[in-house]
Design a protein around this ligand. Sequence first.
Ligand SMILES: [Zn+2]
Length: 692
Amino acid sequence: MSQTSNAQNPLLDFSGFPRFSDARPEHVAPAVRGLLEENRALIARLTADTAAPTWANFVEPMNEAGERLGRAWGVVGHLHSVMDVPEWREAYNEMLPEVSRFYAEVGQNLALFHKFKALHDGPEYASLSPVRQRILDNELRDFRLSGAELPDAVKPRFQEIQEEQSQLGAKFSENILDATNAHSEWVSDEAGLAGIPEDARAAARAAAEKDGKPGWKFTLHMPSYLPVLQYADDRGLRERMYRAYATRASEASKPEWDNGPLIGKILALREEEAQLLGYRNFAEVSLVPKMADTPEQVLAFLRDLATKAKPFAERDLAELKAFAARELGLAELFPWDVAYASEKLRQARYAFSEQEVKQYFPEPKVLDGLFGVIRTLYKVDILPDEAPKWDPDVRFFRIEKEGELVGHFYLDLHARETKRGGAWMDSARSRHRRPAGGMETPVAYLVCNFPGPVNGKPATFTHDDVLTLFHECGHGLHHLLTKVEELAVSGIHGVEWDAVELPSQFMENFCWEWDVLSGMTAHVDTGEPLPRALYDKMIAAKNFQSGMQTVRQLEFSMFDLRIHSDIVAGGQPVPMEKVFGVLDEVRREVAVLFPPAWHRFPNSFSHIFAGGYAAGYYSYKWAEVLSADAFEAFEEAGAGKGSLLDAETGTRFWREILAVGGSRPALESFKAFRGREPKVDALLRHNGMVEA
Ligand SMILES: [Zn+2]
């Protein structure tokens, strides 16, 4: 067996920043295999040890070995995302199954569970800090939810339920994809394309050419489907596309792609899982690790928001219907007219050019603005620094507070051919105190896919880009400004799933503030700041149909929660009539738009049947409410002091929310910051849903 030393393999050098300039794909397998072996050997030794587990002899070595693996594999995963060339992809994919298998093994390791339990129930527990107690509580909770405490006789069935669920989830997604791919609409006469934008036409023409046919081919994939529904003047084409889309993976598509029976089975299995674990229903299980406590509490939250938003949704719809009848000659508004009429109304009311807005957001000015917000709020310095990088375009910064190092971050803003799409924040290193002494400071990756500079001119960003940058930076600050010294709950680690978007969405709010925007805009040619009239249009467009959009999200959330708490399967697959019964009730309560009876929305609701969102779809609105309410504290400070970039409120936000990470319940953190429970009012106001 070959021992790879730190000096030979840069992926095994944990002394400083990742050595991106030295790491090669051939380093991956030996480094990762070595670390997996090290972790497995350690776990075997610790679980075989008959001495009582303590924090020092059990948790600390586990943490340290786990961190080395996490960091090395993190670098590989990061490179796979930002430098996706064949050699790195191959190196990553070669090790991915082995790494996944290891983590699955740890989660199922009962000997490990018994060690954690012995420590938790033993004499040392009472003397541990509340943060360490919380870490142990979380460990036991996760083991318990994966069935570790079940009687041996039930364990095989529990395992079977898990496997069956993941197979059904995978099949659910495949059915949607197959059904989506199976349908296309052909247009043979150019006149039939009236209204559809040039780029969507070109894509449709290319799709037809690919099939070796004349005319234009439209599909149910979003980039093809959406422009038709939004722009096609041909009402019949819109209707056919709408119907095909709405009945994907249902009995109306192809029997073998019907997701109905899968939904029935998934719901029954989740109920059985919940009951084995000692809960009344699956919604209760889903909420155990989340910030919300009970399904009743979530439902009450959704109802409160619905009651307040519905009058605005009704007003949105009345306006849309009146406009469609008056301007478009659509006496009756059918479901396939809604997106079309909405787009026409939006253009009539709030037309402004994205291109025009973009001229006011040159990259250097935006970055100055962003860093300025952070400096003012938290009284920190952001300084350029040096570290090995994966691409010359990447920048690297250090954050200091009164001369003391807080953390570092990489900024990789521009799209590259080898970079995965989207934007994200990831951890390269997390803050924690080493058992041997000394503090490891946090390091974060901030990655976006914005356009780069062209012909010596700085890149310019859309307002959406700016929102994205602030959003990811909010995650970054959550990770970097932590003061927690324990790895498992430091930064974004251990933060409840429905609270993790609080700091990110919070940052977005600044991009809608006139005072902030006017200071971070400068026309790329004239240097003029964003004109007020253009800003007013942007705000109005932001809130366009916010009532209708809100109740739609509430409909999805309530449906998701109620099918996982109200329906009783009793060991039998749930018939679809029951599922649709709940959907009808929810719609009567909150919706303003009522799809046709043949609509099969649940059959393609993959968030909850094939993703991780079961009884958790509400999290989107939940986190939005928290972030808007937290931001309101800055608005209140601004009203009193003249600027919402108030350092006193910023310091409190840092201390009570960003600094504590997952070390205490998110609700406690929120209340410590706001002095009360969260309220929905700020979000409604930010979305323009206030009585004038
Ligand atoms: Zn986010």
